[in-house]
Design a protein around this ligand. Sequence first.
Ligand SMILES: C[S@@+](CC[C@H](N)C(=O)[O-])C[C@H]1O[C@@H](n2cnc3c(N)ncnc32)[C@H](O)[C@@H]1O
Length: 248
Amino acid sequence: MNAGDHERSPGAVGARVYSTSFLRMYDVGVLGFNNHVAWRCPTSRILEHYNEFVSGNHLEAGVGTGWFLDHCQFPVPDPRIGLIDLNESTLQTASTRLSRYTPETHQADLLEPVHVQTDPFDSLGLCYLLHCLPVDPAQKTQVVPNLRSLLNPGAVVFGATVLGDQAGHNTVGRLMMWGLNRTGVFSNRDDTVEILTTGIEEHLDLVSLEIVGRVALFAGRLRPGTADPDHPDRRTERHAAPKRPGSG
Ligand SMILES: C[S@@+](CC[C@H](N)C(=O)[O-])C[C@H]1O[C@@H](n2cnc3c(N)ncnc32)[C@H](O)[C@@H]1O
């Protein structure tokens, strides 16, 4: 992608708000306030979700400030981490924060098939990405096949997303939903758990789906055979395989 191309790509509207100054307020405003008061899903619960499903060979898509990767417990001391996002500022902010892991960074619009030259990953995090995507609710899980060339067969895909109006938001939540959808930061008014589940099951074997407050927490495994056939399984041996869901 050339400089400036990201501004013209289909997903630009959901990514451009994350300037360096916006990101300075993100952890307090979104993770501190919105999660507790508006969405009623404590940040600690999402962190537990990371601790359960993150692998030692992890790709994070839609990275924000990198707070969850900074605080989660990886199953190995030296995880390999990939960060992929459309926005240069988030990549810069998250990679600086996670510099102890020397993450690799990739700039791409996840609404389009992604092809970058790198070894594939064993887990993919999609935290608070889907509700930003300016497409029909049924199209949002298309990010999974768009990223499949970067994933090993059987990779675990997990994340969280704020549900739309049908979830029955409280007063603060309704206000936030109105403002965030109006400005294009969110595009999630019509997102429902049913549409999300159908979308996930199109690409993944569903492992868990839990609604906490107005947030859906999900996890699934890429079906064998759904990884990019052109991309050989080049699992990096120094990194442990992801924990098997249910193994504690
Ligand atoms: C709400 S933030 C989530 C940050 C982080 N995952 C978290 O939960 O704290 C959404 C992130 O997705 C990125 N993003 C939004 N639309 C995107 C797209 N079409 N392609 C790639 N990244 C996108 C934004 O730049 C931002 O980093």
